[in-house]
Design a protein around this ligand. Structure first.
Ligand code: AMP
Length: 284
Protein backbone atom coordinates (compact mmCIF):
# COMPACT_ATOMS: atom_id res chain seq x y z
CA UNK A 1 0.00 0.00 0.00
CA UNK A 2 1.19 3.50 -0.80
CA UNK A 3 0.66 6.41 1.55
CA UNK A 4 0.20 9.53 -0.55
CA UNK A 5 -0.12 13.10 0.68
CA UNK A 6 0.12 15.00 -2.60
CA UNK A 7 -2.92 15.82 -4.75
CA UNK A 8 -0.81 15.73 -7.93
CA UNK A 9 0.54 12.30 -7.09
CA UNK A 10 -2.82 10.72 -6.30
CA UNK A 11 -4.17 12.18 -9.54
CA UNK A 12 -1.28 10.74 -11.56
CA UNK A 13 -1.67 7.27 -10.06
CA UNK A 14 -5.42 7.07 -10.52
CA UNK A 15 -5.21 8.47 -14.06
CA UNK A 16 -2.68 5.75 -14.93
CA UNK A 17 -4.99 3.13 -13.41
CA UNK A 18 -7.83 4.40 -15.56
CA UNK A 19 -5.61 3.95 -18.64
CA UNK A 20 -4.92 0.36 -17.56
CA UNK A 21 -8.71 -0.16 -17.31
CA UNK A 22 -8.57 -0.78 -13.56
CA UNK A 23 -11.82 -0.29 -11.64
CA UNK A 24 -11.19 2.28 -8.93
CA UNK A 25 -13.21 2.34 -5.72
CA UNK A 26 -12.91 5.26 -3.31
CA UNK A 27 -13.70 5.15 0.41
CA UNK A 28 -13.66 8.66 1.91
CA UNK A 29 -12.98 8.81 5.66
CA UNK A 30 -11.79 11.05 8.45
CA UNK A 31 -9.64 8.29 9.94
CA UNK A 32 -9.42 6.75 13.43
CA UNK A 33 -10.49 3.55 11.79
CA UNK A 34 -12.89 1.14 13.41
CA UNK A 35 -14.60 -1.98 12.12
CA UNK A 36 -17.16 0.17 10.26
CA UNK A 37 -14.44 1.78 8.15
CA UNK A 38 -12.71 -1.57 7.60
CA UNK A 39 -15.99 -3.14 6.40
CA UNK A 40 -16.30 -0.34 3.81
CA UNK A 41 -12.73 -1.07 2.66
CA UNK A 42 -13.50 -4.78 2.30
CA UNK A 43 -16.60 -3.97 0.29
CA UNK A 44 -14.50 -1.66 -1.91
CA UNK A 45 -12.06 -4.51 -2.52
CA UNK A 46 -14.91 -6.64 -3.86
CA UNK A 47 -16.35 -3.89 -6.05
CA UNK A 48 -13.20 -3.00 -7.96
CA UNK A 49 -9.59 -3.79 -8.71
CA UNK A 50 -7.98 -0.76 -6.99
CA UNK A 51 -9.04 0.72 -3.65
CA UNK A 52 -8.25 4.27 -2.59
CA UNK A 53 -9.04 5.28 0.98
CA UNK A 54 -8.89 8.97 1.74
CA UNK A 55 -8.14 10.11 5.26
CA UNK A 56 -8.82 13.77 5.78
CA UNK A 57 -10.31 15.52 8.80
CA UNK A 58 -12.09 18.11 6.73
CA UNK A 59 -12.10 21.47 8.53
CA UNK A 60 -14.87 22.98 6.41
CA UNK A 61 -17.45 20.44 7.57
CA UNK A 62 -16.96 21.32 11.26
CA UNK A 63 -18.82 24.20 12.88
CA UNK A 64 -16.92 26.72 15.02
CA UNK A 65 -18.08 25.04 18.25
CA UNK A 66 -17.52 21.47 17.04
CA UNK A 67 -14.73 18.99 17.76
CA UNK A 68 -12.27 19.65 14.90
CA UNK A 69 -9.24 20.09 17.18
CA UNK A 70 -10.18 17.16 19.43
CA UNK A 71 -11.04 14.75 16.59
CA UNK A 72 -8.97 11.56 17.17
CA UNK A 73 -6.04 11.14 14.83
CA UNK A 74 -3.32 8.49 14.45
CA UNK A 75 -2.01 8.13 10.93
CA UNK A 76 0.40 5.27 11.67
CA UNK A 77 -2.31 3.18 13.36
CA UNK A 78 -4.70 3.83 10.46
CA UNK A 79 -1.99 3.11 7.89
CA UNK A 80 -1.40 -0.37 9.33
CA UNK A 81 -5.13 -1.13 9.49
CA UNK A 82 -5.75 -0.04 5.89
CA UNK A 83 -2.73 -2.00 4.66
CA UNK A 84 -4.10 -5.17 6.29
CA UNK A 85 -7.35 -4.71 4.36
CA UNK A 86 -5.49 -4.71 1.03
CA UNK A 87 -6.02 -1.01 0.29
CA UNK A 88 -3.83 0.16 -2.62
CA UNK A 89 -3.54 3.85 -1.77
CA UNK A 90 -4.14 5.69 1.49
CA UNK A 91 -4.50 9.33 0.50
CA UNK A 92 -3.89 11.52 3.55
CA UNK A 93 -3.27 15.10 2.46
CA UNK A 94 -2.55 18.00 4.81
CA UNK A 95 -5.18 20.74 5.05
CA UNK A 96 -2.98 23.15 3.08
CA UNK A 97 -2.66 20.61 0.27
CA UNK A 98 -6.45 20.40 -0.15
CA UNK A 99 -7.32 24.04 0.49
CA UNK A 100 -5.00 26.66 -0.99
CA UNK A 101 -4.80 30.05 0.71
CA UNK A 102 -7.42 31.56 -1.56
CA UNK A 103 -9.87 28.65 -1.63
CA UNK A 104 -13.39 30.04 -2.00
CA UNK A 105 -15.59 27.44 -3.68
CA UNK A 106 -18.47 25.58 -2.06
CA UNK A 107 -20.65 22.82 -3.47
CA UNK A 108 -24.04 23.31 -1.88
CA UNK A 109 -27.22 21.25 -2.08
CA UNK A 110 -30.47 22.87 -1.08
CA UNK A 111 -33.47 20.88 0.12
CA UNK A 112 -31.73 17.64 1.05
CA UNK A 113 -29.20 19.32 3.34
CA UNK A 114 -31.75 21.32 5.32
CA UNK A 115 -33.44 18.86 7.71
CA UNK A 116 -32.07 16.29 10.18
CA UNK A 117 -28.37 16.97 10.91
CA UNK A 118 -28.33 19.89 8.48
CA UNK A 119 -30.79 21.81 10.66
CA UNK A 120 -28.34 21.74 13.57
CA UNK A 121 -25.04 21.88 11.70
CA UNK A 122 -25.17 24.89 9.37
CA UNK A 123 -22.63 24.59 6.55
CA UNK A 124 -21.76 20.98 7.42
CA UNK A 125 -23.14 19.42 4.25
CA UNK A 126 -21.66 22.13 2.04
CA UNK A 127 -18.33 21.13 3.54
CA UNK A 128 -19.03 17.45 2.86
CA UNK A 129 -20.20 18.00 -0.72
CA UNK A 130 -17.21 20.24 -1.45
CA UNK A 131 -14.57 17.85 -0.14
CA UNK A 132 -16.18 14.79 -1.72
CA UNK A 133 -16.34 16.61 -5.09
CA UNK A 134 -12.62 17.35 -4.80
CA UNK A 135 -11.87 13.73 -3.88
CA UNK A 136 -13.90 12.54 -6.85
CA UNK A 137 -11.90 14.78 -9.20
CA UNK A 138 -8.58 13.75 -7.68
CA UNK A 139 -9.11 10.00 -7.59
CA UNK A 140 -11.33 9.35 -10.65
CA UNK A 141 -13.29 6.51 -9.01
CA UNK A 142 -15.81 4.33 -10.80
CA UNK A 143 -17.50 3.68 -7.45
CA UNK A 144 -17.48 5.33 -4.04
CA UNK A 145 -18.57 3.59 -0.84
CA UNK A 146 -20.27 5.40 2.06
CA UNK A 147 -21.83 4.13 5.27
CA UNK A 148 -25.58 4.10 5.81
CA UNK A 149 -24.91 5.38 9.33
CA UNK A 150 -24.61 8.83 7.76
CA UNK A 151 -28.04 8.59 6.17
CA UNK A 152 -28.29 12.23 5.12
CA UNK A 153 -24.74 12.30 3.76
CA UNK A 154 -25.45 9.24 1.61
CA UNK A 155 -28.72 10.65 0.24
CA UNK A 156 -27.07 14.01 -0.44
CA UNK A 157 -24.12 12.50 -2.29
CA UNK A 158 -26.42 10.33 -4.39
CA UNK A 159 -28.20 13.55 -5.36
CA UNK A 160 -24.93 15.39 -6.00
CA UNK A 161 -23.61 12.83 -8.49
CA UNK A 162 -26.87 13.12 -10.41
CA UNK A 163 -26.95 16.92 -10.32
CA UNK A 164 -23.28 17.39 -11.24
CA UNK A 165 -23.03 14.48 -13.71
CA UNK A 166 -20.31 12.61 -11.88
CA UNK A 167 -20.10 9.22 -13.62
CA UNK A 168 -19.64 7.53 -10.26
CA UNK A 169 -21.73 4.81 -8.67
CA UNK A 170 -22.51 5.52 -5.01
CA UNK A 171 -22.77 2.38 -2.90
CA UNK A 172 -24.08 2.32 0.67
CA UNK A 173 -22.78 -0.08 3.31
CA UNK A 174 -25.07 -1.19 6.19
CA UNK A 175 -24.35 0.17 9.67
CA UNK A 176 -21.70 -1.80 11.54
CA UNK A 177 -22.51 -2.13 15.24
CA UNK A 178 -20.77 -3.23 18.43
CA UNK A 179 -22.08 -6.52 19.87
CA UNK A 180 -24.45 -4.56 22.15
CA UNK A 181 -25.88 -2.58 19.25
CA UNK A 182 -24.02 0.73 19.57
CA UNK A 183 -23.26 1.99 16.06
CA UNK A 184 -19.50 2.19 15.60
CA UNK A 185 -18.17 5.72 15.41
CA UNK A 186 -14.80 7.40 15.83
CA UNK A 187 -16.58 9.67 18.32
CA UNK A 188 -17.40 6.71 20.61
CA UNK A 189 -13.79 7.05 21.80
CA UNK A 190 -14.81 10.27 23.61
CA UNK A 191 -17.15 8.29 25.89
CA UNK A 192 -16.31 6.97 29.36
CA UNK A 193 -17.58 3.46 30.15
CA UNK A 194 -20.66 4.86 31.96
CA UNK A 195 -21.43 7.30 29.16
CA UNK A 196 -21.09 4.48 26.66
CA UNK A 197 -23.82 2.58 28.53
CA UNK A 198 -26.09 5.65 28.29
CA UNK A 199 -25.26 5.94 24.58
CA UNK A 200 -27.04 2.63 24.05
CA UNK A 201 -30.29 4.63 24.28
CA UNK A 202 -30.09 5.27 20.53
CA UNK A 203 -30.16 1.57 19.73
CA UNK A 204 -32.84 0.94 22.37
CA UNK A 205 -35.03 3.68 20.86
CA UNK A 206 -34.62 2.09 17.43
CA UNK A 207 -35.43 -1.36 18.82
CA UNK A 208 -38.57 -0.10 20.50
CA UNK A 209 -39.78 1.70 17.36
CA UNK A 210 -39.25 -1.42 15.24
CA UNK A 211 -41.06 -3.52 17.81
CA UNK A 212 -44.02 -1.13 17.87
CA UNK A 213 -44.26 -1.31 14.08
CA UNK A 214 -44.04 -5.09 14.12
CA UNK A 215 -46.69 -5.47 16.83
CA UNK A 216 -49.35 -3.23 15.31
CA UNK A 217 -51.03 -3.08 11.89
CA UNK A 218 -50.80 0.71 12.01
CA UNK A 219 -48.77 2.93 14.31
CA UNK A 220 -49.15 6.68 14.46
CA UNK A 221 -45.74 8.14 13.64
CA UNK A 222 -45.93 10.85 16.36
CA UNK A 223 -46.53 8.11 18.96
CA UNK A 224 -43.47 6.23 17.72
CA UNK A 225 -41.34 9.36 17.91
CA UNK A 226 -42.57 10.28 21.39
CA UNK A 227 -41.73 6.81 22.67
CA UNK A 228 -38.23 6.99 21.16
CA UNK A 229 -37.71 10.37 22.86
CA UNK A 230 -38.98 8.99 26.17
CA UNK A 231 -36.48 6.13 26.02
CA UNK A 232 -33.60 8.49 25.27
CA UNK A 233 -34.50 10.92 28.05
CA UNK A 234 -34.75 8.02 30.50
CA UNK A 235 -30.97 7.74 30.18
CA UNK A 236 -29.07 10.13 32.41
CA UNK A 237 -27.35 12.89 30.50
CA UNK A 238 -28.86 12.08 27.10
CA UNK A 239 -30.76 14.77 25.21
CA UNK A 240 -32.55 14.48 21.90
CA UNK A 241 -31.37 16.68 19.06
CA UNK A 242 -33.92 15.15 16.71
CA UNK A 243 -35.98 12.02 16.13
CA UNK A 244 -37.70 11.81 12.75
CA UNK A 245 -39.27 9.21 10.51
CA UNK A 246 -38.19 9.95 6.95
CA UNK A 247 -37.98 8.36 3.53
CA UNK A 248 -34.49 6.88 3.16
CA UNK A 249 -34.01 8.36 -0.33
CA UNK A 250 -35.67 11.79 -0.26
CA UNK A 251 -35.40 12.35 3.52
CA UNK A 252 -38.92 13.79 3.39
CA UNK A 253 -40.99 13.13 6.55
CA UNK A 254 -43.11 9.99 6.19
CA UNK A 255 -46.85 10.19 6.57
CA UNK A 256 -47.21 6.42 6.62
CA UNK A 257 -44.67 3.71 7.36
CA UNK A 258 -43.48 1.77 4.32
CA UNK A 259 -40.42 -0.20 3.17
CA UNK A 260 -38.36 3.00 2.87
CA UNK A 261 -39.27 4.54 6.23
CA UNK A 262 -36.31 5.16 8.47
CA UNK A 263 -36.21 6.23 12.09
CA UNK A 264 -33.32 8.72 12.21
CA UNK A 265 -32.01 10.22 15.40
CA UNK A 266 -29.29 12.41 16.83
CA UNK A 267 -28.54 12.47 20.55
CA UNK A 268 -26.16 14.48 22.70
CA UNK A 269 -24.61 12.22 25.31
CA UNK A 270 -23.60 14.01 28.49
CA UNK A 271 -23.59 17.32 26.70
CA UNK A 272 -20.37 16.53 24.86
CA UNK A 273 -20.69 13.70 22.33
CA UNK A 274 -23.18 13.96 19.50
CA UNK A 275 -24.15 10.54 18.12
CA UNK A 276 -26.41 9.64 15.21
CA UNK A 277 -28.09 6.40 14.24
CA UNK A 278 -30.91 5.18 12.01
CA UNK A 279 -32.73 2.06 10.89
CA UNK A 280 -35.40 1.00 8.47
CA UNK A 281 -38.57 0.45 10.48
CA UNK A 282 -39.78 -2.53 8.47
CA UNK A 283 -36.52 -4.47 8.19
CA UNK A 284 -36.26 -7.76 10.06
P1 AMP B 1 -16.02 9.04 9.01
O1 AMP B 1 -14.58 8.69 9.12
O2 AMP B 1 -16.75 9.02 10.32
O3 AMP B 1 -16.26 10.29 8.21
O4 AMP B 1 -16.70 7.87 8.18
C1 AMP B 1 -16.20 7.49 6.94
C2 AMP B 1 -17.21 6.59 6.27
O5 AMP B 1 -17.44 5.46 7.10
C3 AMP B 1 -18.56 7.27 6.06
O6 AMP B 1 -19.09 6.87 4.81
C4 AMP B 1 -19.39 6.73 7.19
O7 AMP B 1 -20.77 6.69 6.92
C5 AMP B 1 -18.83 5.33 7.31
N1 AMP B 1 -19.08 4.79 8.64
C6 AMP B 1 -18.71 5.31 9.84
N2 AMP B 1 -19.16 4.55 10.84
C7 AMP B 1 -19.83 3.52 10.28
C8 AMP B 1 -20.54 2.38 10.78
N3 AMP B 1 -20.64 2.15 12.08
N4 AMP B 1 -21.08 1.54 9.91
C9 AMP B 1 -21.00 1.76 8.57
N5 AMP B 1 -20.35 2.79 8.03
C10 AMP B 1 -19.77 3.67 8.87
Amino acid sequence: MRLITSTDEVSQITTAWREERQRIVLVPTMGWFHEGHLALMRMAGKLGTRTVVSLFVNPIQFGPKEDLAAYPRDLERDRLLAEKEGVDVLFAPAVGEMFGKHFQTRVSLSLISQGLCGANRPGHFDGVATIVSKLFHLTCPHTAVFGEKDLQQLALLRQMVIDLNFAIEIVGHPIVRESDGLAMSSRNSYLTEDERQDALCLYKAIGSAKQMVQNACTVAIPVLIDEAKRIIHAHAGCTVEYVHVVDRHTLAPCRIIDQNSVLALAVKVHGKVRLIDNALLLEG
